[in-house]
Every structure is written in C-alpha cells, then in structure tokens.
Design a protein around this ligand. Sequence first.
Ligand code: T46
Length: 283
Amino acid sequence: MGQIKWIDFQRLGDERGDLVALEIGMEKAVPFEIKRVYYIYRTAEGVSRGYHAHKKLKQVAICISGMCRMILDDGRRRDDVWLNNPTKGLLIESMTWREMHDFSDDCVLLVLASEHYDETDYIRDYQEFIKSRPQVAFVPYDEKFLEKSWEWLNDPELMELTLTKPFTREQQSEFYNSLAFRDDYKIWGIRLGGEKIGAVGLKKIAHGESAEYFGYIGDKSYWGKGISSSMFGFIVSFAKEQKLKRIYLEVSKSNNRAVSSYRKNGFSECEDRGDTIMMELHL
Ligand code: T46
C-alpha cells in the first residue's frame, strides 16, 4: 500500500519460543547501515508520539511486544498501519512525517536507525515539512528524459501498463526530432526534487475540442505516492488554457491502480474496448 513498506524478518523459533536476529551487515533486509538502535516502551495511556519528519534519517520500526498505530505522511498521502508483529519491520523513509498513536500497555517499539542522533535532522513543524518536501515539477522534455524513457519504456511491466509497443532507437529519435514541429502533441518531463521520474502529456490534440492524456512514472520507487494527482492537475490546467473541452485516455482493464487513480481524479468510463477501456473528463 503506497508508502507502507514492510520488511520481513526470519523467525528462528523452535518449541521453546521465538527468536529474531538483527545483525550488522543485514543491509539486504534493512536498506541502510544500522548506526543506532533505540526502543520506546511504557508509553503512558493516551499519549501520542512523533509528530515530526527527518531530513536524512531512514528507519525501520519493529513492534516487538504489544501494538501501536503509526501514521506515515509524505505530504501527498497519509497512511496508517498497526505495528503488532515482531517479525515485520516498517521502513520509514526520510522526509516522511510520522505519528505514533494507541500504544498498548505492553508495547515495545524497537527502531533501527541509519544515522546517529541529530536534533538538527528533525522537522517538527508540519507546515515547514510540507514546504521543504521535494516538489513535483513539469519541465521541458529534453534528451536526458528521452534517454531515461528508453530505460523506463523497455521495462516489461511499464510497457504493458502504458500499452507501449516495442520501439527502436531510430524511432525514438524520429519521435524526439518531430516534437518541435507538432501542434497535436505535447510532452513534459516530470521531476521530483532533482530526480527525473517520468513523463506526461497530451496527444491527438484537436484544437478547441479534445486530446488524449498520457503519463507514467517510470521510476517505480515513486509509485503510490500520489504524484498522479499532480500530473492530472497540471494537464487539466494546460488543457483548459488551450480551451479544450474534453480529455480522454485509454487504459488496460487489468491496470487497476491506474483505473482507480483516473476515477479519483474525475475520469469516467466512456467505452469498452475489450482489453482496454476509454475514460474521459469533460473540462
Ligand atoms: C522517530 C520516532 C519513531 C536521543 O537523545 N537519542 C535518540 O536516539 C532518540 C530517538 C531520542 N533522543 C532524545 C530526544 C528527546 O529528548 O529522547 C527524547 C525523546 O525523543 P522524541 O521526542 O523525538 O521521541 P518520539 O517518540 O517523538 O520520536 C522518536 C524518534 O526521536 C524519532 O526519530 O522517528 O521515535
């Protein structure tokens, strides 16, 4: 689910009971070098903790006794999960707002941390966190994006989800060289902070009428982070500026994630094409 990433630890139990070993050098399981371990226990009834984000620190939280509820919020979406299993670690990435609630009396929350304690790494004000989180930007689609898109759109999963047919380097440069001369096609690169993460645009632009929306996040680590809403927002305002009346799109029926995201952003089904469906949004 979105930003909720669990890490499973091996339970080395026998008839005497259970044991989980967390060893230095287990970076395959925990995606950072563990520099610090701390635990939170005997939290008083009704107390909530956290209410901050970290600029750099990454952590894995494991509830080794009892339970508590953790809210993770990356500024775009907010998820909450129960931690109640000593063999499951919750990965908390940097620049994620966290809150911990509903601690049981016997809750012991063990945290593996990627850095030593540093108060200057904390952002304790939610508005400041929102302002300092990486911004999504829609930027000119240049050769660097073109190169990235070769990698992205040759990934079998992305190819299927974006209904992309196999293409050659030659076709790719023809496409790129044609961009400057086309008024039926517009494409932008998507950047998050400094990273190039995808592309979005409109094709088959019939001026004053309609256009087909397309867009993808090529860097899968950014899937499920609510970036698609920014993509729609950007395209819808461009389409309105261009006085388009309708945007539509084609999506594979099996791409449930995309279909529900399109619905959430106001698109509705307008045609069944077998394996795919057409969805539209009147502006
Ligand atoms: C986090 C959540 C999950 C230290 O001196 N060294 C440490 O390593 C830690 C973690 C804390 N402290 C001091 C700082 C405060 O005076 O311990 C006191 C309590 O820390 P804080 O109010 O930040 O506790 P929580 O439960 O709100 O947050 C803690 C961690 O600080 C934080 O990094 O992600 O647990």
